[in-house]
Design a protein around this ligand. Structure first.
Ligand code: ADP
Length: 402
């Protein structure tokens, strides 16, 4: 079956068409600047053929039409008819308390995805628009599945997800830790168990998804027992533009001093903080590291804080699980920044974690970067959220037909 994986953002729509018979990507692409004057599509077939065009995309609906044109009619087309698409899998950031696993889309599910936009302001509404646009193109004949970034974290015990706030806010508004990047943490922890040749039930793994957005998860026996992102993807440690955890009273103090509203504070914490806020250079790890190498103190400080905070989370999750068998690095920074991995792992030298610095330089593949005598295995495992979404979609659609 060919499955179309859709990741709709506020002004973009990323997609991959995956052949689940061999798990190969048939084509992938990006509709960018939706709603802006210079909206465009870039599409690449698995055999290297490319199609790119500036097309008016006032809404996600036109973006979806453009991607269907790219897939079925353009010079880089990969299918002869939309009928070849067996199912659609949507990435959804927040499932709230409604969803603890992936599920088939119906009207009620679509509405709940939209309702949860309060918890993930940058993501859930665009995901809903993506679902609506798909339904408009395919009608109800092609099953759609939603795969939630929060679902893997629903196994956390209460002690990990209840905040130190009056309990009534959990009861009234479901304010609690939900986590994010669950699809990635699940995927890399399962790949880690495979690479170690062990049953995931017998392993304690700390998975570090370090990209522009970043989170760390404690996976004990194959299930999530704690994770660094919280009520929204803001909690944890510093990211590209997000602050991670900050003393809450610092925020009320700044809000009073600067006379800023809760929405402005949310903007400050989500878009102006983290690597960008500290360095004043960029939210992009490569830019910050380059500026640090040229002697920019604040850029070097941003790098240092990021690595230090990551190490503290890894350490706290080793304590939470009372041990660790493997540490996994994934996502843009986790997969590509050897210095970050070295600096983080140095904090665990006391317990016998050792990195092979030559292996640490390998890129773009699954690799064990710890030395044979390291007490804990350390891996780089490129994440593949699209494949994980396609697998869940296939499973749900296959069960439908039974
Ligand atoms: P997103 O959360 O947007 O999916 P990614 O997982 O794509 O983010 O990660 C983006 C981050 O990865 C950026 O900060 C980028 O600088 C960093 N990155 C990408 N390639 C490299 C590299 N070769 N060295 C260091 N950092 C890198």
């Amino acid at each position: 079956m060919k499955i179309l994986v859709v990741n709709a953002g506020s002004s973009s729509l990323k997609y991959q068409l995956i052949d689940m018979d061999n798990e190969q990507v048939i084509a992938k692409g990006l509709c960018d600047k939706i709603g802006l004057a210079d909206s465009n599509i870039k599409h690449k077939a698995g055999d290297g053929r490319e199609y790119a065009a500036e097309i008016a995309m006032p809404t996600h609906s036109e973006a979806f039409e453009a991607l269907m044109y790219a897939l079925a009619e353009s010079d880089a087309k990969v299918i002869s008819s939309p009928d070849e698409i067996g199912a659609i899998g949507h990435r959804v950031v927040h499932g709230g308390t409604y969803f603890n696993k992936s599920c088939l889309v119906d009207d009620d599910v679509a509405e709940k995805v939209d309702e949860l936009k309060e918890l993930a302001p940058l993501h859930n509404h665009p995901h809903y628009l993506g679902i609506v646009a798909c339904t408009k193109t395919f009608g109800k004949d092609v099953p759609q599945v939603v795969v939630f970034d929060t679902a893997f974290h629903q196994t956390m015990p209460e002690k990990a997800y209840i905040f130190g706030l009056p309990y009534e806010y959990y009861e009234k508004y479901a304010v609690r830790r939900y986590g994010a990047h669950g699809t990635s943490h699940k995927y890399v922890s399962e790949r880690c168990a495979d690479l170690m040749g062990k049953d995931k039930k017998d392993l304690k793994i700390v998975t570090c998804h370090i990209g522009n957005g970043a989170s760390i998860t404690a996976v004990d026996g194959g299930i999530c027992v704690d994770t660094s992102m919280g009520f929204t993807p803001l909690d944890g440690f510093i990211m590209g533009t997000r602050s991670g955890g900050v003393d809450p009273s610092a925020l009320t103090y700044i809000a009073n001093k600067e006379n800023i509203t809760p929405d402005q504070m949310s903007d400050l914490l989500n878009k102006k903080s983290g690597l960008l806020g500290i360095s004043g250079v960029s939210s992009d790890n490569r830019d910050v590291s380059a500026a640090a190498a040229e002697g920019n103190h604040r850029a070097a400080l941003a790098n240092e804080i990021q690595r230090y905070q990551i190490a503290k989370f890894v350490g706290s999750y080793i304590a939470a699980m009372n041990g660790v068998d493997a540490i996994v690095f994934t996502a843009g920074i986790g997969e590509n920044d050897p210095t970050l991995r070295t600096e983080v792992c140095k904090h665990f030298g006391y317990m016998g974690v050792k990195i092979d610095e030559e292996k640490n330089l390998i890129r773009g593949e699954e690799v064990e970067i710890s030395t044979p005598d390291s007490t804990v295995k350390v891996f780089i495992i490129p994440t593949n959220e699209e494949l994980a979404i396609a697998k869940d979609t296939l499973e749900i659609v296959t069960n439908l037909k039974k």
